[in-house]
Design a protein. Structure first.
Ligand code: HXC
Length: 264
């Protein structure tokens, strides 16, 4: 395990699960430039470890916030710039999460606001404890969610919910976020750790190359028309048919046993 200035990085090589912990609990893990850089560096170090793995290679990443109160309370109000919204020539942490080959799971326990909610929305899955709260308070500061928040919520929950969240700036409960499709699962507080762990373990056991292809397909679906998207899926499908994982999955089915995927 290693620590960057504002991020803790851990890797469990039995399951192939990396964990990135945003570690500015005194500021509710607000995103300053250092934290944004460290999230990128943390993900890159997991990817490197992946290339040199002895045990199970990297199959999933959990992104969480340190402390009792927050996943992330948004961009650091101390200093906004267009970089806060990922607007510079360099790749933002939002881009790096979206393009990361393995799925990234936002583990949300507490405040998930503004750029913190946008960070969660850039992840592949959002798992929340029941006392988490969600919102876009930017309008109270005279700005809008600058890293695609309205766009993401519009795709997941529709324009009414996107505009209600962003124009009023109020917090909504985890239960409502679940009902609106903004989070995948809401878990009782006393079951949160175990439920997240089970979700991540199951995901990490899925055929890795298929999971990576599905992430790419899902990203394509939000950018392109249906016909082009289906054509893209056909190519991915043809590639996966050639993999050892597919042969293993088919053999395991025939032999009535659990498959052991190696990501090859
Ligand atoms: C910097 C923050 C912060 C933030 C909280 N803190 N949010 N510091 N940037 N976004 C700090 C507080 O100043 C305080 O520091 C400590 O964290 C604890 O917060 P409190 O306010 O004392 O806690 P509490 O009373 O429980 O209230 C929690 C809260 C409130 C409701 C989450 O902190 C809050 O409203 N925060 C701002 C949320 C916000 O507006 N986020 C969106 C930012 S805009 P001290 O030193 O006093 O202990 C954004 C734009 C993204 O994200 C788009 C790109 C440009």
């Amino acid at each position: 395990d290693e620590s960057l200035e504002t991020v803790l990085v851990a890797f469990d090589d039995e399951r192939g699960v990396g964990t990135i912990t945003m570690n500015r609990p005194d500021a509710l893990n607000a995103l300053n430039g250092q934290l944004r850089d460290d999230i990128i560096a943390g993900l890159e170090s997991l990817e490197e470890r992946n290339a040199n793995a002895d045990g199970v290679a990297l199959r999933a990443v959990v992104l969480e916030g340190a402390g009792e109160k927050a996943f992330c309370a948004g961009a650091d109000i101390g200093g906004f710039s267009s970089e806060s919204a990922g607007g510079s020539s360099a790749r933002s942490h939002y881009d790096v999460i979206r393009d990361f080959p393995a799925p990234v799971i936002a583990k949300i326990d507490g405040y998930c606001l503004g750029g913190g909610l946008e960070t969660a929305l850039a992840c592949d899955f959002r798992l929340a404890s029941e006392d988490s709260t969600f919102g876009f308070p930017e309008v109270n500061l005279g700005i809008l969610p600058g890293a695609g928040g309205v766009q993401y919520v519009e795709k997941l929950a529709g324009p009414s919910v996107a505009k209600e969240l962003a124009m009023f700036g109020n917090h909504i409960s985890a239960e409502r976020a679940g009902d609106e499709g903004l989070v995948n699962h809401v878990y009782a507080d006393n079951e949160f750790e175990d439920e997240v762990d089970d979700f991540v373990t199951e995901l990490a056991g899925q055929a890795p190359l298929a999971v990576q292809a599905i992430k790419k397909s899902a990203a394509m679906a939000v950018q392109t028309g249906l016909e082009e998207g289906i054509e893209y899926d056909r190519q991915l499908f043809a590639e996966l048919l050639e993999t050892e994982d597919h042969a293993e999955g088919a053999a395991a089915f025939g032999e009535d046993r659990e498959p052991e995927f190696e990501g090859k």
